[in-house]
Design a protein around this ligand. Structure first.
Ligand SMILES: Cc1cc2nc3c(=O)[nH]c(=O)nc-3n(C[C@H](O)[C@H](O)[C@H](O)COP(=O)(O)OP(=O)(O)OC[C@H]3O[C@@H](n4cnc5c(N)ncnc54)[C@H](O)[C@@H]3O)c2cc1C
Length: 437
């Protein structure tokens, strides 16, 4: 007997769970409300141009994502432009880790950081060293702003290094962001092997990078992937789980919906009412991506450049990764003043910044913008994140917002994938799995 498993949501978490279960012989059915797979990391078409719903960055530490891509038949060497860490934040800051064995690469990188005076460089080294010595664990979680104050980091150092790094990694303003989760990211990137901090720029869109290949893997093993399949409810019946009003019954369910949607679908299950309420009121942070098409001859000196104290926080030249000359993606993470600006005002401000600070032409030939209001969960201190297992036998949660023994990340692709794998493995380790095989 092949266990019949329903997976709700075809984002990175759902598709990771689907691949893991299909590989173990389960009959998997994925229900995805959208027309494309990938969820918050998916292909979109803007004025006839194929882009992503947001420019994402992957790092070498994303080991589970890379493993599952290989399993689904995607070669990460071909799928990414891979570069050793180089963080350039204008004006003038540059941190690059040379090709030395860990932790020498980090020590050399910090010592050689440009754009900081000697005092700031030592402040930075001391802060990272003290976190490393404490095993990257804080006695009590606090905001990044408070932790930086405790570490006596200067204003200049915060503006050029900590601010762009924290907002990019946690998508939460420094005054609200969890210092512990930031340290978790540093532990596995800067604090890991040299290759863990490599920057991986996908060469294909985010639906093709993993979810579509994962769907192919599932279909080849007799599973199903239903697009445009919005799940409104979930019921437990005597013969198994019922998804919506459908007649099929499933032995188990992995709910890989974003938290507010999961809350709506789970709210009628008596054992999960409190959890469902918590999920329905989950706090999010936005991300805006502005795409600007310039003349194809326009080029930035590297794939990614940060701008300190600017609404245009990180600027990506997609020529390097996607072979689309002149197409620039600008990422504006987290809430801020810009949240209240109109689309036109924000695009104009970004265009002006690129002109004044990166010497790009004053006017782009084409402009597009995607605002994701619920891009990631607000990554605040002391968050109560649910685990995969729920109080309902046969029902597990997966998604970037969950946390478990093997993952404690902010909202990331790696966090989503690890969560999907963890949910699938818990299911496969359960008595239920034994009883249905
Ligand atoms: C603009 C942007 C930039 C980002 N940048 C980065 C980055 O640089 N690096 C990084 O690692 N992470 C980044 N992230 C975060 C990352 O994309 C997410 O953490 C990750 O994709 C979450 O995956 P998930 O599977 O947990 O959730 P989701 O992607 O939200 O997947 C849930 C799926 O469920 C579907 N769904 C919802 N409701 C229903 C329903 N009722 N029935 C059926 N299906 C439903 C959705 O359509 C979706 O496909 C970014 C996110 C955004 C939005």
């Amino acid at each position: 007997m092949n266990p019949k498993i329903a997976i709700l949501g075809g984002g990175y978490a759902g598709m990771a769970a689907a691949v893991e279960l299909a590989a173990a012989g389960a009959a998997v059915t994925v229900f995805e409300a959208g027309k494309v797979l990938g969820g918050r990391a998916r292909k979109v078409v803007l004025d006839g141009r194929e882009v992503d719903n947001g420019q994402h960055l992957v790092i070498g530490a994303y080991g589970e994502l890379l493993r599952l891509m290989r399993l689904a038949g995607v070669d990460p060497v071909a799928a990414y432009l891979r570069q050793a860490l180089e963080l350039v934040v204008e004006p003038g800051f540059r941190l690059a880790c040379p090709n030395l064995p860990a932790p020498l690469h980090l020590a050399a990188g910090l010592l050689g950081a440009r754009g900081l005076g000697m005092a700031a460089r030592w402040q930075l080294i001391r802060a990272i060293r003290s976190a490393q010595t404490a095993g990257w664990v804080l006695a009590t979680d606090c905001t990044v702003a408070d932790w930086l104050a405790q570490q006596h980091q200067s204003r200049n150092l915060v503006a050029r290094f900590w601010q762009p790094l924290t907002v990019a990694a946690l998508n939460t303003p420094l005054e609200k962001a969890s210092a512990q989760v930031l340290l978790n990211v540093l532990r596995d990137s800067l604090g890991g092997a040299r290759s863990a901090s490599d920057l991986l720029f996908p060469k294909v869109d985010f639906s093709a990078l993993f979810p579509e290949a994962a769907a192919g893997f599932v279909l080849a093993r007799g599973g199903e992937v239903r697009l445009g399949a919005m799940v409104k409810s979930l019921r437990r019946t005597e013969s198994g789980w019922a998804v919506g009003e459908g007649d099929e019954r499933y032995d188990a369910v992995i709910c890989a919906l974003p938290p507010h949607r999961a809350g709506m679908v789970l709210r009628d299950l008596p054992r999960l009412m409190v959890l469902a309420q918590q999920l329905e009121h989950w706090e999010y942070q936005p991300i805006v991506t502005v795409y600007l098409q310039y003349d194809p001859a326009v080029r930035l000196p590297r794939p990614m450049t940060g701008l300190a104290d600017s609404p245009a926080q990180w600027v990506f030249d997609r020529h390097y990764s996607h072979a689309t000359p002149g197409l620039i993606a600008v990422v504006i993470s987290a809430e801020g003043e810009h949240t209240h600006w109109s689309r036109e005002v924000l695009i104009a401000a970004v265009e002006r910044e690129l002109h004044l600070r990166l010497q790009l032409p004053a006017q782009a030939q084409w402009r597009g913008m995607i605002a994701e209001k619920r891009a990631t969960f607000a990554c605040v201190p002391g968050m109560q994140r649910p685990i995969n297992k729920t109080a309902e036998p046969g029902l597990w949660l997966a998604g970037d917002y969950t946390a478990g023994k093997h993952y404690d990340y902010p909202a990331t692709l790696e966090g989503a994938v690890r969560s999907g794998v963890a949910a699938a493995r818990e299911l496969m380790g359960s008595e239920l799995w034994e009883s249905i095989r």
